[in-house]
Design a protein around this ligand. Structure first.
Ligand code: CMP
Length: 140
């Protein structure tokens, strides 16, 4: 499989519990390289724009409230088959259904506070990386 890039977010439930380093270690152990990273606090407008694809879902309002409730760490991850690889390392969206040894199984609190986000396709990855990073901030 080819080298890909994907967008990762360490969510407010994880930064609140000081889990940033442990999550980065899981990503690196899973064969992903952090080639860009910054910590920031999303505004409501940014959260709504980032998750616009979910705007019609019942959980959208709560999701945006949660994602603006504390700092996040946004990252570009690079590696072989990085999009699917990151999704395996993260585990299923709902921590209750996530596989043993995954980030969401071990750290996630609920389907909303599930510790990490990862892009779900090459098109989404490119769009989500552009949302947060300028080309000169990415050092592969
Ligand atoms: P994420 O990968 O960040 O993409 C959208 C997020 O919505 C998802 O992870 C979950 O944290 C959150 N979410 C909350 N409720 C639901 C739900 N019922 N189904 C899917 N995602 C949900």
């Amino acid at each position: 499989m080819a080298i890909q890039r994907t967008l990762s977010i360490i969510k407010p439930d994880a930064t609140r519990r000081n889990l940033t380093g442990q999550i980065i270690a899981r990503l690196e152990q899973g064969g992903l390289h952090v080639i860009a990273q910054k910590r920031l606090r999303l505004t409501r407008e940014q959260a709504e724009r980032f998750y616009a694809v979910h705007a019609s879902r019942s959980f959208f309002n709560d999701l945006c409230t949660f994602m603006t409730s504390g700092p996040v760490v946004v990252q570009v991850l690079e590696g072989d088959d990085a999009i699917a690889r990151n999704r395996r390392v993260m585990g299923s969206t709902n921590p209750a259904n996530a596989e043993a040894g995954t980030i969401r199984k071990d750290f996630g609190e609920s389907i909303e506070a599930n510790s990490v986000h990862g892009s779900d396709s090459p098109d989404t990855a490119a769009q989500e990386i552009r949302f947060f990073f300028a080309e000169m901030e990415i050092a592969g």
